[in-house]
Design a protein around this ligand. Structure first.
Ligand SMILES: [Zn+2]
Length: 542
């Protein structure tokens, strides 16, 4: 039951999890099979969708099909050869209160039906409950989890240790810490379904990150009830490895059509925005005219195709190192998702620590949302912790960014350098040229072709938050270094005086002389001549 991580991006992992019925690749979507209402048959999932795993409910099976399932075994009973995960009835406990089984009984039953991945009967916290009740659910779930070792009789089944606590993050942390100490093969975030139904994705970010921070990274993490493809990117980026989807069937039952960025009512569709095998063969009008059962089946199959497709897109983005870009794109599918991605800013330092350092592709920077991405945070930290300016440098010359990258190769910077060189000759080392640029801040010239400082594309004009971020980084750079003087070449059309203002304040605090040129065009011939004269004067002055 090993879990091998083969690729990573942000907190996402592509992994291989071994179950006794075969190896499955994560991130993995497990369609929910309700044994009483099988909208899409398990055999169909296997044959038509190449589906290697599904999830079903041990409690419902125990209640309605106990003998048949125990006698045949779950794989025969459902007619499915892949890996089967069973939930324990905790969700039923949450919805219907009281469940007619016991923690011991459901453990033994899951062993008896030969499931591959089993879940203890946890107590879901639910949404909007008192802290006292939430604490009770956490403590009781931990108590039951601790008893598992004594209850179980087989070692070939992977057990899921659910984390409870709901929106009480201190309890989520406690629950995760305790679960981490126990020998579970998988962890799960318990009962976030109400959170997701109400589109509280920003709260979900808090819950997932809190759980992940306190669980071993070497175990896969399951997000219960996250069935809508428009939120897969967010969940995967936060390190969720397994999902169960009942949404494909539930939405189909209500004549709702899923897309990778939202939900549409079948009644409102003129065209199918999809080319899956279902949508290719028909059109919305035709599907509307079908009997309910056929309609439902077609919609459910389409919904599954979209879900699997989105997961493949996410995996491809992981291998390319472009999951952040994919996440930003999905964030614009719904304001609640955008709000959740904004929430990532709160965890940007943690995200940076968890993200792999080497990436293969250039970065697309669309807006200030990207300021939370690991590359930006990592550069900021490394510049502060690991960088010091050349020892001879006395004067900091800050030049604005150019379209050409690396900046020192641009015609503009080359012209400035030539002018300075001519005037200063051997003493040119006294001047240290740096570029201020979005989104990274201050970039010393000797670093400007280091990945990803030149390997990025950014949309201009920059938004206010991005401008303020760069201004703050410029001020921080001055604060953390010891030049004798700072000279700034302004580009007022781009930076609206914000960089100059921030640098002036920082220099005043440090009592370092600060000069800036009040010119409209930073690269005009007379501006550069003026700049050279200012630098010459600075070098000459004691
Ligand atoms: Zn389709």
């Amino acid at each position: 039951m090993s879990f091998e991580i083969v690729d990573r991006d942000l907190m996402a992992r592509i992994g291989r999890f071994e179950t006794k019925s075969g190896v499955v690749e994560t991130p993995l979507l497990l369609p929910v099979i309700n044994p009483s209402i099988q909208t899409v048959l398990p055999k169909t999932l296997e044959e038509k969708f190449g589906c290697r795993a599904l999830i079903t409910n041990a409690y419902i099976i125990q209640k309605n099909f106990k003998e048949a399932a125990a006698e045949k075994g779950l794989h025969d009973f459902l007619n499915f050869n892949g890996s089967i995960m069973t939930d324990s009835g905790a969700y039923q406990l949450l919805i219907y209160k009281g469940v007619e089984t016991s923690p011991e009984e459901i453990v033994h039953f899951q062993e008896a039906i030969d499931t591959d991945i089993a879940t203890i009967l946890d107590i879901p916290t639910g949404w909007g409950v008192s802290k006292e009740y939430a604490r009770h659910t956490v403590n009781e779930t931990i108590k039951r989890a601790k008893k598992l070792e004594k209850m179980k009789t087989r070692d070939d089944i992977a057990w899921v240790g659910p984390v409870q606590g709901g929106q009480h993050l201190d309890l989520v942390a406690k629950s995760a810490k305790e679960m981490a100490k126990l020998p579970f093969q998988i962890h799960a975030l318990g009962s976030p379904t109400p959170v997701m139904e109400q589109y509280k994705f920003d709260t979900l970010v808090d819950m997932i990150v809190t759980a992940k921070m306190n669980l071993p990274a070497s175990r896969p993490f399951h997000l219960f009830g996250a069935g809508h493809p428009f939120m897969f990117a967010l969940a995967v980026a936060l390190g969720c490895d397994l999902f169960d989807s009942a949404a494909y069937a539930l939405f189909a039952r209500e004549d709702r059509y899923l897309t990778e960025s939202g939900t549409t009512k079948l009644s409102e569709l003129e065209y199918f925005p999809c080319s899956c095998p279902v949508c290719n063969k028909t059109d919305p009008e035709n599907v509307r005219s079908l009997p309910k059962e056929d309609r439902q089946k077609m919609l459910a199959e389409h919904n599954l195709h979209v879900s699997f497709c989105e997961l493949r897109r996410i995996k491809q983005a992981i291998t390319e190192g472009r999951l952040w870009e994919h996440l930003e794109m999905r964030a614009h599918g719904h304001p609640a998702l955008l709000q959740a991605v904004k929430k990532l800013g709160k965890y940007s330092e943690y995200l940076e620590k968890q993200s792999p350092v080497t990436k293969r592709s250039g970065i697309f920077f669309f807006s200030s949302l990207g300021l939370a991405r690991p590359e930006v945070i990592r550069y900021r930290k490394r510049l502060l912790d690991r960088y010091s300016p050349p020892p001879k440098a006395k004067i900091l010359l800050l030049l604005p960014q150019t379209r050409t990258k690396p900046f020192h190769n641009s015609k503009e910077h080359e012209t400035v350098m030539k002018e300075i060189q001519q005037i200063l000759g051997d003493t040119v080392d006294l001047v240290h040229v740096c570029t201020y640029a979005a989104p990274f801040g201050v970039i010393p010239t000797e670093l400007d072709d280091v990945y990803p400082l030149s390997q990025n594309e950014i949309a201009s004009p920059f938004d206010a938050e991005t401008v303020m971020y760069v201004a703050k980084q410029a001020a921080n750079y001055i604060k953390n270094t010891n030049y004798d003087r700072v000279i700034l070449l302004r580009d007022p059309k781009v930076w609206m005086g914000k960089i100059a203002a921030a640098c002036r304040r920082a220099c005043k605090k440090k009592q370092v002389p600060f000069t800036t040129l009040q010119k409209r065009d930073p690269w005009a011939k007379n501006t550069i001549e003026h700049l050279a004269a200012v630098i010459q004067e600075a070098v000459m002055s004691p």
